[in-house]
Design a protein around this ligand. Structure first.
Ligand SMILES: C[S@@+](CC[C@H](N)C(=O)[O-])C[C@H]1O[C@@H](n2cnc3c(N)ncnc32)[C@H](O)[C@@H]1O
Length: 481
């Protein structure tokens, strides 16, 4: 996603993409120049801390530049330019042959996470193990293990240290479960291994539910979505929505994994995104902010830490609110006991219990739903709202892969990027929202929306979009129309 500090403009007139000064108009030269200056910036930024840019060979260790906005922006530009450079110079056949069978990458990532290989290597005394030892510990065939790890090492995930001996590298170490369980503990209770496990839970969910469902996607699209409710319904042979299916007792471990995945996916968002999104300081203790479909309530946590007033209510489905009670007993029991934060069961497709809230905020909710349900959710809130209520959506917005030629009101920001990059930064920025968009279609018949669609969604549900800001994610602020 294009970052805030890249070229931005407000209002109705999109700026043409201007070549970066002193940069050749030749696209290859311009791409190389973006990469070269980006790498120099990274080296200098790490150099100021007396550090080299982290090596791909070593497992991740926390560093002073983790989450640094400027570095993140530089990395996005390097990724966008490097991907475009590869796409330009490589023979199209090779690109298609390589990218087409990406399902093997998904399947093998889910496999290594499922049998705890990153954790096993992490426990190895010298950090590496022969494939046959890994096979013993995972009850798999040694040749299979070597082939899987070599496939991944070839893609820079794991390292083949000597023939058939593998170790974690920077990328595979991201898959070590962060719940600090030993391999013996993980293997003793496999259904609980994903709770608090970080990226492992994310891969477990997106591949576990997504990969089988993706097979049905082709039929779903070819029948204009009439083949069944969702590709997920077709793949898992169920009529239930993903949410209702998650609530079946035998799938509850998947719901736990999903909740852990969401919590982890939300973790990189800095508190300031939410704190600075709106003037929360103007509220007093009688005012209520409702975090609708709030999951664990991580947005609320950021706000409640920063503002003693207003009162916050986190709403979600019953099993999630149960899990949230455990979460809050760890992160803020005093906020619960004082009533500063309340956890509440509320189905957002039904009439909203909290009337006249100062703010209804929803992060990553409307993208889960097709138009009819997304409208229903927002209409329920509109019915409960008072004239002074505000609706805030925190969502990915999916920028076009070309310049946005729509005319927008002042206060609505549009993203762009330097020549010759795609305006949505391609894989440097656009891939996450476009991946989530297709994931939403596959699992929920939901969709990521672009700016124009966010305006229209408000108009059809009684809300007027008054401001759209771009940070790590987009912030849409509506008032009652
Ligand atoms: C993609 S997650 C987003 C969670 C949270 N807003 C966040 O950003 O971390 C969607 C949330 O919607 C909740 N949800 C799904 N259907 C719901 C419903 N009918 N009523 C209330 N919450 C629901 C899920 O339990 C899940 O926590």
């Amino acid at each position: 996603m294009v970052h805030k500090s890249l070229a931005f403009f407000k209002g109705s007139k999109p700026k043409p993409q201007a070549p970066i000064p002193q940069m050749s108009a030749d696209p290859l030269d311009a791409l190389v120049s973006i990469i070269t200056s980006g790498v120099k910036n990274l080296q200098s930024s790490y150099g100021k801390h007396g550090l080299p840019v982290p090596s791909l060979d070593d497992p991740i260790v926390p560093g002073p530049l983790d989450g640094d906005d400027k570095n993140n922006e530089t990395v996005r530009l390097i990724v966008a330019a490097a991907t475009q450079l590869i796409a330009t110079v490589r023979h199209p056949r090779d690109t298609v042959w390589e990218q087409g069978p990406s399902m093997y990458l998904s399947a093998l990532l889910a496999f290594v996470v499922d049998v705890d290989i990153p954790d096993i290597l992490n426990e190895a005394p010298n950090g590496s193990l022969e494939a046959k030892v890994i096979a013993d510990k995972t009850d798999c065939d040694p040749l299979h293990i070597a082939r899987v790890l070599r496939y991944l090492a070839t893609r820079h995930i794991f390292k083949e240290v000597t023939p058939d001996v593998f170790a974690n590298n920077r990328i595979s170490s991201e898959l070590i479960k962060t719940n600090k369980k030993t391999v013996a503990e993980l293997q003793e209770k496999p259904l609980e291994k994903y709770v608090d496990s970080g990226t492992a839970a994310y891969i477990g969910h997106v591949v576990g539910e997504g990969l089988p469902s993706s097979v049905a996607l082709i039929e779903f699209i070819k029948t204009k979505g009439k083949a069944d409710k969702t590709p997920f319904n077709m793949a898992f042979k169920t009529d239930k929505t993903l949410w209702d299916w998650f609530m079946i007792p035998e799938q509850s471990w998947r719901f736990g994994r999903f909740v852990a995945a969401m919590q982890h996916a939300a973790a990189p968002f800095k508190d300031e995104i939410f704190v600075n999104a709106f003037d929360w300081g103007k509220f007093d203790s009688k005012d209520i902010v409702v975090d609708v479909g709030g999951n664990m309530g991580t947005v609320t946590l950021a706000l409640a830490k920063a503002f003693k007033k207003p009162k916050f209510i986190v709403q979600d489905l019953p099993p999630v609110i149960d899990q949230a009670k455990g979460f809050w007993s760890g992160v803020g029991p005093e906020m619960i006991s004082s009533g500063h934060v309340e956890l509440q069961v509320q189905d957002f497709l039904k009439p909203q219990a909290v009337k006249g809230a100062a703010v209804y905020l929803l992060r990553f909710i409307v993208h889960d739903w097709a138009e009819a349900e997304a409208l229903q959710i927002l209409k329920m809130l509109r019915e409960a709202a008072s004239p002074s209520s505000t609706l805030i959506l925190f969502e990915w917005s999916v920028p076009y892969a070309c310049a946005d030629t729509e005319k927008y009101a002042d206060g609505i920001e549009v993203r762009t990027a330097p020549y010759p990059l795609l305006p949505n930064l391609g894989k440097g920025g656009g891939s996450n929202p476009t991946f989530v968009d297709i994931n939403m279609m596959t699992l929920l018949n939901g969709q990521e929306r672009n700016l124009k669609q966010f305006v229209a969604l408000g108009e059809a549900s009684g809300w007027k979009l008054t401001s759209a800001k771009n940070d790590e994610l987009s912030i849409f602020i509506y008032t009652p129309a």
